[in-house]
Design a protein around this ligand. Structure first.
Ligand SMILES: Nc1ncnc2c1ncn2[C@@H]1O[C@H](COP(=O)(O)OP(=O)(O)O)[C@@H](O)[C@H]1O
Ligand SMILES: [Mg+2]
Length: 267
């Protein structure tokens, strides 16, 4: 697995400028829930988004994820000003650049873990190539599910299902993974496992992560914490965290690259 998006120094992966979101515009129930968010995310960041319930975290994630359009402001993703894109352009950009992990995994029950992981390729390319299937296998091994690839979601624990969802989010090598309370539905031990896994995939794959969490223990283990209160950024701080403990039993994520014949034996 190579880094999805090589770090380009000086160029942010995400730049939001004065983003506003109004629901029910023109109706008596009209409400602005994001009041001018300006924020940058660099390539390779691992950041938490925290804040009280109703503060706009999911709305902001939906705007970042190109699932909803901002009502005002500008958003540049991987160099592209997204407000200039039509709906097809947004869909393409979403499939090429972003991965998602939700609180509820949304795995399709009729499909195996491996099929679920490779489904995004079907949506993007209309087919699943052997290379994508191989990457799916490699990711499932990396999340500790080498022995469970053919199992259906209901044959997996909640934590395992969420690990499948993480592998699925990474299968198309997105530049940014957006995770909305990915551990919110798990017991403490499984939540810890999933979080360690997110950190490990970040270290191995090089994708940026923005993780909404209610859990201050998990936020404390992210490199940066952005706090929303009432639709505004109330705090945005970088922090030093200890490197994650890496469980030794999980097999390596990267299959050995084929060596060109001429290079064999060379260092
Ligand atoms: N589709 C919607 N229509 C109207 N209001 C919404 C919609 N989605 C969210 N809201 C409102 O926007 C505010 C922020 O919600 P949300 O982004 O879900 O917050 P959080 O994820 O931080 O709990 C809340 O007051 C919520 O009721
Ligand atoms: Mg939410």
């Amino acid at each position: 697995m190579n880094a999805a998006a090589p770090a380009r120094s000086g160029e942010a992966l995400v730049t939001l400028h004065d983003i506003r979101k109004t629901y029910n515009a023109g109706l008596p129930t009209e409400a602005e829930v994001l009041h001018g968010i300006s924020l940058q995310l660099a390539h390779g960041e691992f950041a938490a988004l925290i804040g009280p319930s109703g503060s706009g975290k999911s709305t902001l994630l939906n705007v970042l994820g190109l699932l909803e359009r901002a009502s005002a402001g500008s958003y540049t993703l991987a160099g592209t000003p997204v407000q200039g894109l039509d709906d097809d352009g947004l869909t393409r950009m979403r499939r090429e650049t972003l991965g998602f992990v939700f609180q509820f995994h949304h795995l399709l029950p009729a499909f195996s873990a491996l099929e679920n992981v490779t489904l995004p390729a079907l949506a993007r390319d209309g087919r699943i190539t052997p290379a994508v299937r191989e990457r799916g296998r490699s990711l499932l091994a990396a999340v500790g599910l080498a022995a469970a690839m053919e199992r259906k979601p209901q044959q997996l624990s909640g934590g395992m299902q969420q690990r499948v969802a993480i592998a699925r989010a990474l299968v198309l090598q997105p530049a940014l993974v957006l995770a909305d309370e990915p551990t919110g539905n798990l017991d403490t031990a499984s939540a810890d496992e999933v979080f360690v896994l997110l950190r490990r995939m970040h270290a191995e794959v090089g994708t940026s992560f923005l993780i909404v969490t209610h859990d201050p223990r998990l936020a404390a283990r992210c490199d940066r914490v952005v706090e929303l209160i009432d639709g505004r950024v109330a705090r945005d701080e970088s922090q030093q965290v200890a490197p994650p403990a890496i469980p030794p039993a999980i097999p390596p994520a990267v299959p050995p690259a084929p060596q060109p014949a001429a290079a064999s034996g060379a260092v």
